[in-house]
Design a protein around this ligand. Structure first.
Ligand code: SF4
Length: 272
């Protein structure tokens, strides 16, 4: 089944952000074609149409660059997170170039930009993404391409994401890895975590790690994927996470210790 695009206009481009290190967020798209099984954006967006067909319906803010062009002249300069709810480099961006137009405007007006993506399409904009003005974060949950395909069906494969980090890091752009969500008995094994930290070490990237967020609609989509991997896994994940603090502590000390060993900076995202 293809993706349905709904073209809309927007009233604002830059929204205030309460996320650490960001002053504003900018999301050219509502909904995300990457369709990750664990994504909790549907609960953040509170958009029933998009949530009910996550990955299959995307609202496109077709005039976001024009709106942004007006806003940058009247808003205080601050760090813009792009994007905070959906992926700014999802497949439709290849054709529409809304993200590209927005970062061009932000850069021209000296707004620092923090990009987070799971797509190597970000490399297309390497001419704009320069040191000091930009940082680039790439989410890597697993180095196993088959598992990535199940969890993040239409995102770039893990090795392509690692290449994004290598490319920007080699040109002096600050890079980071978002290692999350960490799902019990799925991607929390030593081998996987070590390989991801090794990518961070090689590319001088910082690691932000995060737990699985069991927000509304997450298990409806993730549960069947986990069951498909190992029968009974969905139930076990819920049981392990219900112990909350124990599991988070265990994972946190494991990652911290591997990062220390490999000389990588790391911290828990959102105080997880
Ligand atoms: S790339 Fe991010 S926003 Fe898009 S589906 Fe995956 S987790 Fe959600």
């Amino acid at each position: 089944m293809g993706v349905e695009y709904i073209f809309t206009s927007c009233r604002t481009a830059l929204s205030p952000s309460g996320l650490p290190g960001l002053n504003y967020s900018l999301n050219p798209y509502t909904g995300c074609e990457h369709g990750c099984a664990y994504c909790y954006s549907p609960s953040v967006l509170k958009d029933r149409i998009i949530a009910g067909s996550w990955g299959k319906t995307v609202r496109v803010k077709r005039d976001i660059a024009e709106v942004l062009n007006r806003e940058v002249n009247r808003k205080d300069i601050g760090v813009v997170g792009l994007s905070t709810v959906t992926d700014p480099y999802q497949p439709i961006e290849k054709t529409l170039e809304l993200t590209r137009k927005c970062i061009e405007i932000l850069s021209r007006h000296d707004f620092p930009v923090s990009i987070q993506t799971k797509s190597d399409l970000v490399l297309r904009d390497s001419d704009l993404i320069v040191p000091k003005k930009f940082d680039v974060g790439v989410t890597i949950t697993t180095v196993n391409p088959e598992l990535a395909c199940l969890l993040e069906p239409r995102a770039s494969p893990p090795d392509a994401r690692a290449q994004v980090l290598e490319s920007f890091s080699s040109r002096g752009v600050d890079t980071w890895i978002f290692l999350g969500p960490i799902i019990p008995e799925t991607n929390d094994d030593d081998e996987n975590l070590r390989k991801i930290v090794a990518i961070a070490a090689k590319t001088k990237s910082k690691i932000l790690y995060d737990k699985l967020n069991l927000k509304q609609w997450v298990m409806e989509r993730l549960g069947p994927v986990l069951e498909n991997l190992k029968p009974g896994l969905a139930e076990r994940v819920l049981t392990i996470l219900s112990r909350g603090y124990d599991y988070r502590n265990k994972i946190s000390s494991k990652i911290t210790s591997i990062c220390r060993e490999m000389g990588v900076r790391c911290e828990a995202a959102f105080g997880s």
